[in-house]
Design a protein around this ligand. Structure first.
Ligand SMILES: Nc1ncnc2c1ncn2[C@@H]1O[C@H](COP(=O)(O)OP(=O)(O)OP(=O)(O)O)[C@@H](O)[C@H]1O
Length: 673
C-alpha cells in the first residue's frame, strides 16, 4: 500500500463510499491521513460525583428493556432504553432515533458515553452514544452525509497499519524543540493514546504547519525582493555619536533590533519589518535612530501615529533627540495650520531630507514625498489595511517598519502581510521596577485615592481612567466628568486636575496633554484615549475605575502608562466584583506583568484558546494552528525556517530545496502556489 494510492484500495470502500469520500476531498490515502479532526471528545470513567449532567463519561451498562418509540409534542419520537449499571438503573432517552433499539439486544453489555444525571435511585441520559472502543479520547471529524466518524476511524486504522510516514523535518530541529517524529504525531492525531500524546502530536503538527507557512512567507518575500529594487543606505558614521547622546543606555534587545533594521537598510530590497515589544519596552527610540540613518543618506522619513496626542509626543521626542544633529523635523496632523502645511508639503515635494511625524494626515492625496526612504507606522491596532497600503503607495521603494505592542495586532499583521520580518524587543530597560498592582473593591476608593495623594505629595503624577465620558443612564459607572466633579471637591481637593476624553477638540487635548507632560497638571482624569503609547515617565499611579469593564489586554496597555521611568509605580484597579469569574480575570493582572501571557489569557477568557480545539484560522490557510494562540510556537518555527531558508552553505541549500519540495508533496493543503 502506497501513500498516494487511491482510497478505493481500502476494504469497505466501494463505489458509493468512494464517491462520498471524494466529495470531502479525500482521494488518496494521504488525503485521508491529512483529514484532521475538528475537535476531540474526552471521556472520563463514570464516578458518582460526575453524575451532574455536565461531564462526558463512559459507563458499562447491560440492557434490561427497550420501549417502542412514542410520539411526543412537536412531531418528535422518543425511545427509551433501560439499562442496569453498577450505579443503579439507567434510563436512556433517544429523541428522533426510532430505530435505535435495533442496535441493542436485551441482556447484552455495552459501553456507552454521554452526560448522566442522578435522579434519586436512577440515572438519566439523553441520546447517549455507543462506545465501540475503550478509549479516553475520540477525534471528531468534519463529517457529511454517509461519512461517519466510525467509518473514518475504521479506514484510518487500515491505513495506519500499513504505511509509515517518512520524517520531513531535520532531526536537529526535532531535537532542539523536543518534537515527536512525524509518524508518531500523525498516529496520535487520529488515535491519541492519552492527552499528553495528543498534546505532543498537535504541537508537532502545528510546528510543522507553521514552519511550512514561514517557508512560504520567505519564498514570497524572496520573489518580491527579486522583482523590486529598493534603495541602499549606508551606515552613517554619526550613528555612534547619536547613541552617545541618548540619556540612557540601550538594552541589548534594542541594539539587536536596531542592527536588524540597519542590515535591511543596507540591502537593496525594501524592508518590510514588524517591530514587536511589550508596552514601555522602548520602541520609539529604535524608530528614531533608524529614521536618522535614512535622513543621513539624504532621504525622507515618515512616522505615522494613530492619534494626534501620540504624533505630538513622537514629534517632540524626535526634535529633542535629532535636532542637535541638524535633522529637519516637521509635524503634520489634521490640526496643522494651512500655511505650515503648505510649507511642509513643498519641502517634501522638493525632496528635502527630513523626518515628518504625523497622523493619517500623512496619507492624504496631496502629500507627495520625493526620496521617501522609510515609513514607520506605530500600529497599535488602529490603522486599517488600506491606510497602511496608501502610505506604502507613496513610495514602493521605501523601507517599512510597523510597530506593535501586543501579540494580537502582531499576528493579524502577520497574516495580512505574510511577508513581514519580525523583530522583537524582549526585555525591558534595566531600571524598570515591577508595577505594584492591586485589585480593590469599588467601596475601597478611599484607600486608593490616599495612594494618589501620597504619590502626588512626593512630586509624582497620576492617571485616573474610566470607561465613560458622561454619566451612564443608571448612573452606575463613573464618568470622566462625574469623577472630576467628585474628586475635585473630595478625595483630590487642592490637587491640580485635568480632564481628557475623545470628544474634546485636538487643540484642547493637546493643551491638556502638554500641561500634564510638563507636570503642570498633577492628576489626569481620562477615558481610554490615553490607552496607547502615552509617555509621561514622571507618572507613577494608574487608577482604573470600573476595571471590570475592560479587557485584559486593554488593562495591560493602561497599566503600561506608568512605570515608564525609574520610579516605583502602582496600578490600582477599582472594580465592582460581582462574580468569581470577574475576580479571577482581574487577578491575572495582579499576578502577571508579561504582555504576551496576559494577551493569551485574554484570548482564553474569550474562549478561543481551547487546547484541543482545532479550527481554521482566518485566511492564513492554516488548518491546525492559530497564529495568536500558538504564537510562541510560531516564533520558533519561523526562526528555524529562516535559518534553513537563509543559509548559504550547500548543506543548507540542499535542505531548503528538499524541505520546500517535501512541504509541497506531503502537506499539500499548504501548497506553495
Ligand atoms: N534602554 C532604555 N533605558 C531606559 N529608558 C528607556 C530605554 N529605552 C526607552 N526608554 C524610555 O522608556 C520609555 C518608554 O519608551 P517608548 O515610549 O518607546 O515605549 P514603547 O515601546 O513605545 O511603549 P508603548 O507600546 O507603551 O508605546 C520612554 O520614556 C523612553 O525614553
Amino acid at each position: 500500500m502506497e501513500i498516494n494510492d487511491s482510497i478505493r484500495v481500502l476494504k469497505g470502500v466501494g463505489e458509493k463510499t468512494g464517491l462520498l469520500l471524494e466529495s470531502l476531498g479525500i482521494f488518496t490515502l494521504l488525503d485521508l491521513l491529512l483529514y484532521f479532526p475538528r475537535a476531540y471528545d474526552t471521556f472520563r470513567d463514570a464516578e458518582e460525583s460526575y453524575f451532574n449532567g455536565q461531564d462526558k463519561l463512559k459507563l458499562s451498562a447491560t440492557l434490561l428493556k427497550k420501549t417502542r418509540p412514542i410520539r411526543t409534542g412537536g412531531g418528535r419520537t422518543l425511545t427509551t432504553l433501560t439499562f442496569d449499571t453498577e450505579y443503579g438503573p439507567l434510563k436512556a432517552m433517544y429523541f428522533n432515533m426510532p430505530y435505535i433499539g435495533n442496535a441493542f439486544q436485551v441482556g447484552e453489555n455495552y459501553r456507552i458515553t454521554g452526560k448522566f444525571l442522578r435522579k434519586g435511585k436512577n440515572l438519566e441520559t439523553v441520546n447517549p452514544a455507543l462506545l465501540r472502543e475503550d478509549v479516553e479520547i475520540i477525534p471528531v471529524y468534519p463529517l457529511s452525509k454517509g461519512v461517519t466518524n466510525h467509518l473514518l476511524r475504521r479506514l484510518l486504522t487500515q491505513v495506519l497499519e500499513r504505511v509509515i510516514f517518512n520524517e520531513n523535518l531535520p532531526s536537529s530541529i526535532l531535537q532542539e524543540e523536543g518534537l515527536v517524529p512525524l509518524d508518531e504525531a500523525v498516529r496520535n492525531l487520529h488515535f491519541p493514546a492519552d492527552e499528553e500524546k495528543l498534546r505532543q502530536a498537535l504541537t508537532r503538527m502545528r510546528f510543522q504547519e507553521m514552519f511550512a507557512y514561514s517557508m512560504k512567507i520567505l519564498l514570497a518575500r524572496s520573489l518580491r525582493d527579486a522583482s523590486t529594487a529598493g534603495q541602499v543606505f549606508r551606515m552613517s558614521p554619526r550613528l555612534a555619536q547619536l547613541k552617545e547622546a541618548i540619556p540612557f543606555q540601550l538594552t541589548p534587545a534594542q541594539n539587536r533590533v536596531i542592527r536588524e533594521i540597519l542590515q535591511d537598510q543596507k540591502k537593496s530590497a525594501p524592508m518590510n519589518r514588524l517591530l514587536q515589544g511589550d508596552v514601555g519596552s522602548g520602541k520609539t527610540i529604535v524608530a528614531l535612530i533608524t529614521l536618522f540613518n535614512v535622513v543621513e543618506n539624504g532621504c525622507q522619513g515618515a512616522f505615522m501615529a494613530p492619534t494626534e496626542i501620540l504624533a505630538k509626543q513622537h514629534y517632540k521626542e524626535a526634535v529633542r533627540l535629532l535636532s542637535p544633529f541638524g535633522v529637519e523635523i516637521e509635524e503634520l496632523t489634521g490640526s496643522t495650520k494651512k500655511k505650515d502645511r503648505e510649507r511642509i508639503l513643498q519641502a517634501l515635494r522638493e525632496g528635502k531630507p527630513m523626518i515628518v511625524v504625523g497622523t493619517h494626515a500623512l496619507i492624504e492625496e496631496d502629500v507627495e514625498f520625493s526620496h521617501l526612504g522609510m515609513i514607520v507606522t506605530d500600529e497599535q491596532h488602529r490603522f486599517g489595511v488600506n491606510q497602511r497600503a496608501r502610505l506604502r503607495n507613496k513610495s514602493q521603494e521605501a523601507e517599512v517598519l510597523v510597530m506593535s505592542a501586543t501579540p494580537i495586532p502582531r499576528t493579524m499583521a502577520l497574516t495580512l502581510y505574510a511577508d513581514l520580518d519580525l523583530s522583537v524587543i524582549d526585555e525591558m530597560p534595566r531600571d524598570r521596577k515591577i508595577i505594584e498592582t492591586e485589585l480593590l473593591d469599588a467601596r475601597e476608593r478611599e484607600k486608593c485615592y490616599r495612594k494618589v495623594r501620597d504619590e502626588v505629595a512626593k512630586g509624582r503624577q497620576a492617571y485616573v481612567v474610566t470607561p465613560l465620558i458622561d454619566l451612564d443612564e443608571e448612573g452606575e459607572l463613573n464618568s470622566v466628568m462625574g469623577l472630576y466633579e467628585e474628586l475635585s471637591k473630595g478625595e483630590l481637593k487642592g490637587i491640580r486636575l485635568g480632564v481628557l476624553h475623545g470628544k474634546m477638540t485636538s487643540k484642547e487635548k493637546d493643551r491638556v496633554m502638554g500641561e500634564f507632560s510638563l507636570g503642570e497638571l498633577q492628576v489626569l482624569i481620562a477615558t481610554t484615549v490615553i490607552e496607547v503609547g502615552v509617555n509621561v515617565p514622571n507618572a507613577s499611579v494608574m487608577v482604573i475605575e470600573n476595571a471590570e469593564r475592560f479587557g485584559l489586554a486593554q488593562l495591560h496597555q493602561l497599566r503600561g502608562r506608568v512605570g515608564r521611568g525609574a520610579y516605583q509605580s502602582y496600578c490600582i484597579m477599582l472594580a465592582q466584583i460581582r462574580s468569581q469569574t470577574t475576580r479571577e480575570r482581574l487577578e491575572i493582572m495582579v499576578k502577571s506583568h508579561d504582555g504576551f501571557f496576559i494577551a493569551e489569557e485574554d484570548l482564553k477568557q474569550r474562549g478561543t484558546g481551547e487546547l484541543f480545539g482545532v479550527q481554521q484560522s482566518g485566511n492564513s490557510g492554516l488548518v491546525l494552528s492559530d497564529l495568536t494562540r500558538d504564537y510562541a510556537l510560531f516564533q520558533k518555527a519561523h526562526r528555524h525556517a529562516r535559518t534553513v531558508y537563509g543559509g548559504n552553505s550547500p548543506e543548507d541549500q540542499r535542505l531548503r530545496a528538499q524541505i520546500l519540495d517535501r512541504i509541497q508533496r506531503s502537506l499539500k493543503y499548504i501548497s506553495l502556489d
